[in-house]
Design a protein around this ligand. Structure first.
Ligand SMILES: [Zn+2]
Length: 292
């Protein structure tokens, strides 16, 4: 349980429900610099606040205003508390899983990016990329930390084979795979434009490299780099989005090279919870087929 006390910090809080006129009694722990109360002996009481108000409290709303996804999750009580809030509906008033600018967004064959041609600002991470791939700032920073950690662990170098792809280039990439493999096989490994995490700037396809000589994405899972990344990527905010056992849910075959940035808090909750897919994590239905 997250202890969401009503925090009376600075900003005016417009209390929705018609609470009685009496001055609110800070009911539980940690009311920071509250006004001196005349009754310090009051027992902490377990108030039956509606859960929804509890989740979307001032601290969470302030973090949302700051635009910092990780801060929002922390304000909600951490990755597992955030997940529970979303799954239970308690977070409905302030969190949506379909907003493409937040690193928790869920995109799959049933959940197109909204808007379909969304294009985030992206930057080039420092690690080597044969094609100069980019990611959102948060994902790029996290990937550079991961690359440094792989190296520091003595596992060698990773490179960014593919990162952000805009709507148009995702369409070309998908078309060319359909030409090469046929539609059925291509659909198991490549998303249609508007349905790809690469269009969010939050997905990184990794390869192992030595200098500027890199392997293929298909080799990655079997390399020392790939094995270390599989175990440790969560510490840097990434999950392996299409794992070995998830294809019945995701509609994609295992892709050990495709990392999805979700932030450290959510990645930790994902791994701690033993989830096989991001859909399961959020209590969402399987998405093996396109909605239309
Ligand atoms: Zn990918």
């Amino acid at each position: 349980m997250s202890a969401c006390v009503m925090i009376v910090a600075g900003a005016a809080l417009t209390t929705g429900a018609g609470s009685a006129g009496a001055a609110p009694q800070p009911s539980a722990a940690a009311a920071p610099t509250a006004q001196p109360t005349t009754d310090p002996s009051a027992e902490p009481t377990a108030t039956a606040d509606p859960v929804d108000e509890d989740f979307c409290n001032d601290a969470v709303r302030a973090a949302i205003d700051s635009g910092d996804a990780e801060a929002v999750v922390v304000a909600a009580g951490g990755g597992e508390a955030f997940r529970e809030g979303v799954v239970s509906g308690a977070a409905d008033g302030c969190i949506a899983l379909n907003h493409p600018a937040w690193s928790w967004v869920v995109v799959n064959k049933q959940r197109p990016i909204e808007p379909i041609d969304f294009a985030p600002a992206t930057v080039s991470p420092a690690l080597y990329s044969p094609i100069g791939a980019t990611l959102t700032q948060a994902a790029a920073d996290a990937l550079d930390e991961l690359a440094t950690a792989v190296d520091a662990a003595g596992q060698g170098q990773i490179g960014l084979f593919s990162g952000y792809r805009d709507y148009t280039s995702q369409g070309s990439a998908h078309d060319s795979l359909v030409d090469q493999m046929g539609e059925e096989a291509a659909e198991q490994t490549s998303a249609r434009p508007g349905y790809s995490e690469h269009q969010l700037g939050l997905a990184a396809d990794l390869v192992s490299c030595e200098g500027q000589s890199c392997g293929t994405i298909y080799d990655f899972g079997a390399t020392p780099q790939g094995q270390w990344v599989d175990e440790n990527a969560w510490k840097y905010g990434f999950i392996v989005r299409y794992g070995e056992h998830g294809s019945e849910t995701t509609g994609y075959e295992s892709e050990p090279w495709h990392l999805r940035y979700v932030g450290v808090e959510l990645a930790k909750a994902y791994v701690d919870g033993g989830y096989e897919t991001y859909e399961d994590f959020w209590g969402l239905p399987a998405a093996t087929e396109y909605a239309s």
